[in-house]
Design a protein around this ligand. Structure first.
Ligand code: PBG
Length: 335
């Protein structure tokens, strides 16, 4: 009995194209370059200050002088932009977050200095009150402790304007108040700051993956056991993210963001497919911490896992990724 006459051969052999490097390269669908990366950084008051963040191994809070050096390196590695987050001491936190719009506050001074030192590096500022509130919430509270929407937006307007006036290229409202994008756009137009871009944290979930970030900026102790579920989104929801994104675009956002990143790549894909606008995702502090824990234990191989995790954002449709791995990834990509 002959096997060859009865044998069914596969009509497609997908392994044929995977056999050699040349054909693997030809059929590669997505690319990752330093131009896809945005680097989130934490800025401190003072000079020559460098503080480790224990829950984010390898991430440091830096005073402005050291940050400028690090930012220059990032720029030279081809990273287009940096997202700035302030570490604000207790003396600058208050019930109504007045420090948020101090024209000579830490963020405003940092923006001016970074733009003067490295004009080609895009500077993105976080428009939200949580670093500045004594209670750690992103907005102003009423007598029952509820975060008030419209009063918060009034303060965000002053904050966004102070960032734009300092020279921020992009303001990034991250607090999920209703109507903030439209209100900020109106004020920027009125003040003839027509080229200030708005990156809207459109679909920001009430996520427990933000814990290490709150340690880094020192808001976790103030927030205590409270959560942000009355303004950030429920992780169970996907359609609602499309609703949020559509509203922010109608109100004048130039770019939208989904956050967290890796557990939410389905949302990234849906947003990109439906709206076809510049779409970003944030690989947040908890995602960074999980990776670092595995790397430090020798459970995962760092360099290749970092690049794989970032490539997956591109495959999901993201135009770029905010990641604490930005510099390390850019270095890996440059040789
Ligand atoms: C605050 C803000 C948060 C993050 C970015 N901006 C924390 C929060 O909403 O509590 C989280 C970033 C991260 O976890 O890496 N408006």
């Amino acid at each position: 009995m002959s096997f060859t006459t009865t044998r069914q051969f596969p009509s497609a052999r997908l392994r044929r194209m995977r056999r050699d490097n040349f054909s693997r390269r030809l059929m590669c669908e997505n690319t990752l370059t330093p131009a896809d990366l945005i680097w989130p950084v934490f800025v401190l008051e003072g000079q020559g200050q460098r503080e480790a963040v224990p829950s984010m191994p390898g991430v440091e809070r830096l005073s402005l002088d050291l940050l400028i050096e690090e930012a220059r390196e990032a720029f030279e590695l081809g990273i287009p932009a940096l997202a700035l987050f302030p570490v604000v001491g207790p003396d600058h936190k208050s019930e109504h977050a007045e420090e948020a719009y101090n024209a000579s506050g830490l963020v405003q001074r940092s923006v001016r200095a970074l733009k003067a030192a490295i004009p080609g590096l895009g500077i993105i500022t976080d428009v939200a009150l949580d670093p500045y509130t004594s209670h750690g919430q992103d907005g102003l509270l009423d007598e029952n402790g509820y975060v008030q929407n419209d009063r918060t937006v009034e303060t965000l307007l002053k904050q966004a304007l102070s960032h734009a006036e300092a020279g921020a290229d992009v303001v990034a409202p991250s607090d999920m108040m209703d109507g903030r994008i439209g209100a900020i756009r109106q004020v920027l137009e009125q003040e003839q700051l027509v080229n200030t871009r708005i990156m809207a944290y459109s679909a920001k979930y009430a996520s427990r993956y933000y814990g290490p970030f709150r340690d880094a900026v020192g808001s976790s102790a103030n927030l205590g056991r409270a959560d942000k579920t009355t303004y950030q989104m429920d992780p169970a929801n996907g359609d609602e993210a499309l609703h949020e994104v559509a509203l922010d675009l109608a109100e004048g956002a130039d770019m939208v963001m989904i956050k967290p990143g890796m557990p939410y790549l389905d949302v990234v894909r849906r947003v990109k497919d439906e709206l076809k606008v510049p779409t970003f995702a944030y690989q947040v502090s908890g995602e960074y911490a999980m990776h670092m824990a595995a790397f430090e234990n020798g459970w995962l191989e760092a360099d290749s896992v970092i690049l794989e995790s970032l490539m997956c954002f591109k495959r999901a449709g993201a135009d770029g990724v905010l990641t604490y791995f930005a510099k390390r990834a850019a270095r890996l990509l440059s040789h």
